[in-house]
Design a protein around this ligand. Structure first.
Ligand code: 5GP
Ligand code: MN
Length: 347
């Protein structure tokens, strides 16, 4: 949205450029007048949440700011190859000492965990940086590009607007976000601009093979055993493929990581499915639901109806248990939505 070469200008309407540039400049202005920003990424953080936050945090520190990086949930050791993740805090007492809050990769305030409830939080200006289709524009300023591959790609554009130099550590963090959210440049929002962004990060010192190996091709062995448990319960009916992971199964295989260990992204590869769902039972009678759609379908609206969010092709929500009930409830909404989407397409 930022590049201003002649050929790209031709392809983009002036309104789109105007909007994006105004948002970038507003974000830049907020950052210029801040000294101690609080950066927060979403709960159950993925590579884009962590990478965009750590990359931005390091760039701000290099400009003489004193950012604090925060996440309400623990950070998986799988991300320890990203320099700077060790500095992320899980809690703050109050927000009084901060002059700006920057949220990353979060479509709504609930995704920030406990931070919005700390004293003083609502008195600090909030800059919302995100790419989710379902983003609620909850910031005082919203740098939201729903067509962007990742929040990391938006952060890169912001840093370039600020003329902030990139180093290998910033580039590694940001490339993690792009590679993770595009599953290695394979999602349908990958454009030449995304590849160009990755190219600039590689030129700044990021290693694509290294990032891809850590982000996509390394997982705990227990995650593979978890897939085994889940695949044994697989169901496919009416062009929906789904399975569930009871708490007992997670415990039996000793899996301690987040969610479904990306199983739902694998399930949508089924030829017979337009949508995939994985229901993961968690402590506290919560059922985490991961949703995926075949291109041409949209599961974000299903997630949104049930209090969650995401993108057309990858979304999620958390439902109250028990597992069976959550499954029945979600599948009914999903099947109705897919039927409606098919009817609309035929019209
Ligand atoms: P995943 O299945 O990879 O955890 O999530 C897919 C997408 O849906 C991600 O973009 C993620 O941010 C979003 N998502 C997953 N769960 C929730 C949720 O409970 N609430 C919201 N707002 N978004 C979610
Ligand atoms: Mn993201």
């Amino acid at each position: 949205m930022l590049m201003t070469t002649k050929t790209e200008k031709k392809k983009t309407t002036p309104e789109q450029i105007g909007l994006a540039q105004a948002a970038l400049e507003r974000a830049h202005q907020l950052i210029r007048s801040a000294q101690r920003p609080l950066l927060i990424c979403h709960i159950s953080p993925d590579g884009d949440a962590i990478g965009s936050m750590v990359g931005l945090g390091r760039a701000l520190r290099q400009r003489g700011l004193s950012p604090i990086l925060a996440c309400s949930d623990p950070i998986s050791p799988a991300f320890s190859y990203i320099p700077g993740i060790e500095g992320i805090v899980g809690k703050i007492e109050d927000a009084d000492s901060f002059d700006l809050v920057i949220t990353l990769d979060s479509s709504d305030m609930e995704r920030l965990g406990h931070f919005p409830n700390v004293p003083g939080f609502r008195d600090v200006p909030l800059l919302n940086i995100d790419h989710h289709a379902t983003n609620l524009d909850f910031g005082d300023a919203n740098l939201v590009d729903r067509a962007a591959s990742s929040t990391a790609e938006i952060v890169l554009q912001l840093l370039e607007t600020m003329a902030a130099p990139l180093d290998a550590d910033i580039a590694t963090a940001l490339l993690t976000g792009i590679v993770g959210d595009t599953r290695g440049f394979r999602t349908n929002n990958v454009t030449p601009q995304v590849l160009e962004a990755a190219l600039r990060l590689m030129k700044a010192g990021a290693s694509l093979p290294n990032v891809a190996r850590h982000t996509l091709d390394t997982r705990p062995t227990a995650a593979i055993r978890l897939w085994g448990e889940a695949l044994a319960r697989l169901q496919c009916q009416g062009r929906v493929i789904w399975t569930s992971i009871p708490l007992a199964a997670r415990r039996a295989v000793g899996y301690t990581g987040d969610g479904d260990a990306s199983l739902v992204s694998f399930l949508i590869s089924a030829e017979d499915a337009d949508a995939a769902a994985v229901f993961t039972e968690r402590e506290g009678d919560r059922i985490e639901v991961g949703l995926r759609a075949r291109p041409g379908f949209d599961v974000a609206q299903v997630a949104l109806q049930l209090g969650g969010g995401g993108h057309a092709l990858a979304a999620g929500c958390t439902l109250p248990g028990p597992l069976e009930e959550a499954q029945t409830r979600l599948l009914a909404v999903l099947k109705a939505s897919l039927a409606e989407q098919r009817t609309k397409r035929e019209m």
